[in-house]
Design a protein around this ligand. Structure first.
Ligand code: ATP
Ligand code: MG
Length: 617
């Protein structure tokens, strides 16, 4: 016998499946929702009634057969009564089945919706660290597959497998009652032999199926990767190489697909044989029964019909078994996401950030992403309400990290961060985030219109508010020059806009948010110096009585700041106003001189045409 793939860990798997089902159960039997529970109960009653009708149909059929096989001369009224009841019961069978769907569909769909929503919310509550470690595509696929799995499981487990089991029990009971236990036993053994055979062969066939999936996925990955690298393939003239790599995966897929198909034939032949043996056995018994006079022709038809009727819904058992296993695995993956704990969670007694003028305080803050590499090594500074503080320093010094800590994407590993005197760890994340407006270093936009992306800063903003923000961010004129204006789609992640345009959309939406504290992380780095100057004027205007933290490479953008912090390798090495720092002739002064030299060259080239157009009144 071929090795069964799951035999290595059968118990934990079964336990895992049970756990998955237990997690799902409360959604199907929701607390405090009486109507949903009533629906479930009615659906179960309908299910039972439909099955009762199903097993009653062959009995009416048998009675009709007995009536007509007695030769001519039977009462017409008896025939009509039988045939009409036969028709009515058939209708009832279908009717109850559909009623069951009617009552249960809402329960099932509501459960799916709730699970999906809860997972989605949970994913948003998980930390940035979790998300940086995951592929977003994989996460959304987990939700999609998990919810599809629930739907499949409910449809087949609840409405195919369970009813069939119920039917088997009822039929065996009837056979035992009408004839003797042997008819019940033969039927039972045949059907269970059929089920056991199907399950074990399906289990064995799974490996071909898996191989098919793997190869299919590999062929796909290779094709996509190769097409994404279209230019590179052409640069090196490697079309043949790519084609043969692709073909190798296709070849393995072909092999696995043929084996899968052949093993399916084996399954079908075996299933057919088991049913044939069962039928032969039961018909022999019934035939001798008729000969001995203990059974009628109708009984002969009845036992045959029951067996046929029982195995028909099991025809797809192989497929259903495989899919149910897959569904359970998918659901488990989704529920595992729900089990991920939140790294940054509100404290139990978290309060709203108290109202205040926007004083930001970093008190000996230490931080590392990984324990083996310190990023911030005791950073202390204070931004007084309404003041502007700039952070400058080389790449990788930890500037953006400061903004992530202030936004509480991570918690500091040492020291404290306070806004208006409240330690960030003691207040709710949502209230902190509402108080902050960040223009991040890498702006990513939603794949929607420019209007949507700006209005995102304050959902429900009116067109005139959006336009005002756009004017302040110096993007309005550009938008108006587009054929579709504010309705222009920005493409995936905003890739249809230039870097500078994207930054200005991001600035506009932060202006619209109108927060207590502004944080600009290289917010104007992609702009030419002329546009940058123009925007800086606006930013000064909107953040006039607001606290602002500006992170910048280009020192010319921070000369007006009330205080400049020079960050190097996670430590503040100098602080003071522009004039102070120049007078000190240290790190900052050297940086300033270097940038003045290169800046002069750039300025000789003059402002770009776009900048000129934008600066026109
Ligand atoms: N999620 C992360 N996991 C591990 N290390 C990280 C992570 N994010 C940033 N770092 C590291 O932390 C250091 C500081 O990063 P940060 O983004 O704060 O630099 P920065 O001063 O903003 O630099 P730049 O001027 O280039 O934007 C870098 O060396 C970076 O490699
Ligand atoms: Mg940065």
């Amino acid at each position: 016998m071929p090795p069964r793939t799951t035999d290595a860990t059968p118990r934990p798997q079964v336990r895992g499946d049970l756990k998955t089902l237990k997690t799902l159960a409360p959604y199907l039997w929701p607390k405090g929702e009486t109507t949903m529970r009533v629906r479930v109960v009615i659906a179960m009653i309908c299910l039972t009634l439909a099955k009762v009708a199903t097993v009653y149909v062959p009995i009416l059929f048998k009675q009709a057969v007995d009536l007509v096989s007695g030769g001519p001369g039977f009462a017409a009224s008896a025939l009509i009564a039988l045939v009409v009841s036969y028709g009515l019961v058939r209708i009832a069978q279908q009717g109850f089945a559909e009623l069951r769907e009617f009552f249960f569909a809402r329960v099932a769909q509501r459960a799916i919706r709730k699970v999906a929503l809860r997972t989605f919310r949970h994913l948003h509550a998980l930390s940035l660290r979790f998300h940086l470690d995951r592929q977003t595509g994989g996460l959304s696929r987990s939700i999609e597959r998990g919810t599809k799995g629930i739907e499949f499981l409910l449809n087949f487990m609840l409405f195919n497998i369970l009813p069939t089991l119920l039917e088997i029990v009822m039929v065996c009971g009837i056979l035992w009652y009408l004839f003797d236990i042997w008819y019940a036993l033969v039927t039972f053994v045949t059907i269970f032999g059929y089920i056991a055979f199907t399950m074990s062969v399906t289990e064995w066939r799974l490996k071909y199926r898996r191989e098919m999936n793997t190869q299919d996925q590999q062929a796909n990955t290779k094709a996509i990767d190769s097409l994404l690298n279209y230019e590179t393939v052409k640069y090196f003239g490697n079309e043949e190489h790519e084609a043969s790599r692709y073909d190798r995966s296709l070849e393995r897929y072909e092999e696995a697909a043929v084996q899968s198909r052949t093993s399916l034939s084996l399954l079908n032949i075996g299933q057919g044989a088991i049913i044939a043996v069962g039928l032969t056995g039961i018909m022999t018994m019934a035939g001798f029964g008729v000969q001995a006079g203990t059974m009628t022709t109708g009984d002969f038809v009845l036992v045959n019909t029951y067996l046929m009727q029982l195995y028909l819904p099991l025809n797809f058992l192989g497929f259903v078994y495989r899919e149910i296993k897959q569904s359970l695995a998918d659901m488990e993956a989704m529920f595992r996401l729900l089990g991920e704990s939140r790294e940054i969670a509100d404290a139990e007694d978290a309060v709203e950030l108290p109202a205040g003028a926007g004083r930001v305080e970093f008190d000996d803050v230490q931080f590392n992403y990984r324990p083996d590499r310190a990023i911030l090594k005791g950073v202390s500074f204070t931004v007084e309400p309404g003041k502007t503080v700039a952070i400058v320093g080389p790449s990788g010094a930890g500037k953006s990290t400061i903004s992530r800590l202030l936004f509480r994407f991570y918690d500091a590993t040492g020291g404290a961060i306070r806004i208006d005197g409240a330690d960030l760890r003691t207040v709710s994340q949502s209230s902190v985030r509402a108080a902050l407006g960040i223009v991040p270093q890498d702006t990513v936009l939603f794949n929607d219109t420019i209007f949507y992306n700006i209005a995102y800063g304050q959902p429900g903003a009116t067109p005139s508010e959006v336009e005002r923000a756009a004017r302040l961010a110096r993007i309005h004129d550009f938008v108006m020059s587009l054929p579709d204006g504010y309705q222009t789609s920005v493409g995936e992640r905003g890739l249809k806009l230039s870097g500078g345009e994207k930054q200005r959309v991001a600035i506009a939406r932060t202006i619209l948010k109108n927060p207590r504290i502004f944080l600009f992380d290289e917010a104007t780095s992609a702009l030419d110096s002329h546009t940058e100057k123009a925007i800086q004027g606006s930013l000064r205007e909107v953040s006039r009585d607001r606290t602002a933290l500006i992170i910048a490479h280009r020192l010319s953008t921070v000369v007006d700041a009330d205080q400049i912090l020079v960050l190097e390798a996670g430590q503040i090495v100098e602080r003071g106003s522009h004039a102070d720092l120049l007078a000190r002739d240290g790190v900052y002064a050297a940086m300033w001189r270097r940038q003045q030299e290169t800046g002069a060259e750039a300025d000789e080239r003059g402002p770009t045409a776009e900048a000129l157009a934008l600066s026109a009144p």
